[in-house]
Write a new protein. Structure first.
Length: 374
């Protein structure tokens, strides 16, 4: 019989918002704690307007540092005092700070750094620009990392281009876990999700230009020429007023709602028919996988990076061109007419489960997963 090796694990994330990276890191910390490990979750800053999710059996350490660079000294102190076996960091700015902290503290801990967005938006070749300086700093400390990961295979190839055949490998985020599946069952408000007299389409994300919500609203206008359906967009951001004006101009107030920020969109996803990702660029869209977990048939732009990888071309959903509302409307109509079966959706998200992701992390770190898991 193999004895379980309990490890001291630290998961680090910068500012907490209702967004992909911090939520993924919270799931990650919970998953390690569920397997019996001693887990610290370090968060740079938690804005007062947000309620931090429940993290039972995880020690939350709030550094109260709004700037990522302000996390350097506290991380050095943490590493010297707590001596974790593994540190998991996410996002390139924080990865750089974490690696510097590890070097300055003299820590021997294993470091795994995950990149979550395309390097073309993070680094630059323009001399002495902020993104160029970050690139030089990362190049300097990169050898200290035991593992460098990306959340999609396409992103790995991008990093190999930016850093001349870098050692990055693909390891997905945890999306499918017990906590999320429980949240799917919570009661909802909103008549559209209760009476379901018409199909409901959902989307979610920051109301910002790169999310493509203007295209989605235009696509719904196109869709109304052939059928009735309702769209609900969850999230807030700088484009809310502009999007609301567009909805009014297109006379879509009766079929499109900007629902704003909600702590638990999963309970709405589980009562919807189709989820649309309208983005121009992504890392690997957790929200797309969450919607598939909830049973939504996915429609996604074929943006870099992630959607084509998740949907396996058109096996698990419908891919449409970026910035093409007419094609998006056609994709939504296909999804409503020919939804993806629950069996196929379950198959599609299996790589994003707790066990699959943790075992993959242990594999690339050279840790025997059978000894590290209960």
């Amino acid at each position: 019989m193999i004895n379980f090796k309990k490890m001291k694990i630290c998961v680090v994330t910068p500012n907490f918002t209702i967004a992909g990276v911090p939520l993924a890191q919270i799931r990650f910390a919970r998953a390690f704690a569920n397997k019996g490990h001693d887990v610290d979750l370090i968060v740079g800053y938690i804005a007062p307007k947000y309620n931090f999710p429940d993290v039972n059996n995880v020690r939350l350490i709030h550094l109260n540092r709004q700037q990522v660079r302000g996390m350097l000294l506290p991380l050095i102190g943490y590493l010297k005092k707590n001596k974790p076996d593994i540190v998991f960091s996410a996002e390139d700015h924080l990865n750089t700070i974490t690696l510097f902290a590890t070097i300055f503290s003299g820590s021997k801990t294993k470091i795994s750094c995950s990149s979550r967005v395309t390097p073309f938006d993070t680094y630059s070749n323009i001399l002495f620009s902020k993104r160029w300086i970050l690139k030089q700093l990362m190049r300097m400390v990169m050898p200290r990392a035991n593992v460098l990961t990306c959340v999609s295979k396409d992103m790995v190839e991008q990093y190999k281009t930016v850093f001349n055949s870098s050692p990055h490998v693909c390891v997905y985020n945890i999306v499918v876990d017990q906590h999320s599946q429980k949240k799917m069952q919570e009661p909802v408000d909103g008549n559209w999700f209760i009476d379901k007299s018409e199909p409901v389409i959902v989307a979610a994300g920051r109301l910002a230009p790169w999310k493509g919500f203007t295209d989605l609203i235009l696509a719904i206008k196109e869709l109304t020429k052939s059928r009735v359906a309702r769209l609900v967009i969850f999230g807030d951001g700088p484009m809310r007023g502009e999007l609301q004006t567009l909805i009014g101009e297109l006379e879509l107030n009766s079929v499109v709602k900007l629902f704003g920020y909600v702590e638990n969109p999963l309970k709405y996803f589980s009562r919807a028919d189709v989820f649309v990702l309208s983005s121009y660029v992504e890392g690997l869209p957790n929200v797309l996988i969450e919607a598939m977990m909830c049973g939504c048939t996915p429609v996604s732009t074929d943006c870099p990076t992630g959607p084509r990888e998740v949907l396996q071309d058109d096996k698990y959903g419908y891919l449409v061109p970026v910035n093409d509302p007419v094609a998006m409307a056609a994709g939504i109509e296909k999804a409503l007419e020919s939804p993806i079966s629950k069996t196929l959706l379950k198959e599609a998200i299996s790589s994003f489960s707790e066990d699959a992701v943790i075992n993959r992390h242990f594999e690339v770190l050279g840790i025997n997963s059978s000894e590290a898991n209960t």
